[in-house]
Design a binder for this molecule. Structure first.
Ligand SMILES: C[S@@+](CC[C@H](N)C(=O)[O-])C[C@H]1O[C@@H](n2cnc3c(N)ncnc32)[C@H](O)[C@@H]1O
Length: 220
């Protein structure tokens, strides 16, 4: 990464380390509830499946994943902010979940071999499902992150993206950008459509500002 990008990413990490203290208050469960339910439903998971959630943030999706997994399988949660991961760990401890592994990583550096190492398995071939929520609007090189995530799916695995898309400049768009430190008009769903099969999108969440897009990995 260029020096400028490293500095920018460091600022984002510091921002989320601070924001983590109040993230669950300012971004309460109710705000994205419908979109999260739809996103997790589109993962098409069941007991025993392996899931990657990046960025995992404070772990707001865990309870929805567990409705399907019932504390079985594996959930790997990745985030660059230790502050956000601390809050996620609190949820894990409070609920005594034992199928969740948290990794403090930049998504840019993620790979199946890093996951193999973290899970202490030799033959990790890829996830059954990957959820990337409120991440791609902020990640630099977001297209290559989508490519990477699709590459980390097993064949017929599911990828779901939940994020903002506000095409025209507006006060709302500026506010979302300021809070999230990202962009709101990236053609994320249009790019995903070119990378997966069975592409579907629902743009009806949060008064049309938030979409849930999904697809299936159809070839290696
Ligand atoms: C708006 S929050 C979304 C968190 C969670 N997915 C949610 O929906 O509540 C954005 C998250 O992206 C994380 N993040 C930013 N850049 C990242 C990177 N390069 N790699 C991994 N995580 C990153 C931040 O630390 C923060 O937790």
């Amino acid at each position: 990464m260029e020096k400028y990008e490293v500095e920018k990413q460091d600022k984002v990490t510091a921002y989320y380390n601070h924001f983590s203290e109040v993230y669950d208050l300012f971004s309460p469960k109710a705000y994205y509830h419908k979109a999260r339910l739809q996103a997790v439903k589109e993962l098409r998971i069941s007991k025993g499946k392996t899931i990657l959630n990046v960025p995992v943030g404070t772990g707001q999706n865990f309870e929805h994943f567990q409705n399907y997994l019932k504390n079985s399988g594996i959930i790997v949660g990745v985030d660059i902010s230790l502050g956000m991961l601390d809050k996620a760990q609190n949820k894990i401890d409070q609920n005594k979940w034992n199928n969740i592994k948290l990794l403090n990583k930049d998504v840019t550096n993620l790979s199946c071999s890093i996951v193999s190492e973290a899970l202490e398995v030799n033959d990790f071939q890829g996830f059954d499902a990957i959820l990337c929520d409120l991440g791609l609007s902020g990640f630099p090189h977001w297209r290559s992150v989508i490519d990477k995530l699709v590459s980390m799916l097993s064949l017929n695995g599911r990828i779901v993206i939940m994020d903002w898309y506000i095409e025209k400049p507006s006060l709302r768009g500026r506010f979302v950008k300021w809070v999230g430190k990202g962009e709101v008009n990236r053609p994320i769903l249009q790019y995903l459509e070119t990378k997966v099969g069975n592409f579907q999108v629902d743009t009806s969440f949060n008064r049309g500002g938030v979409f849930v897009a999904s697809g299936t990995k159809i070839c290696e």
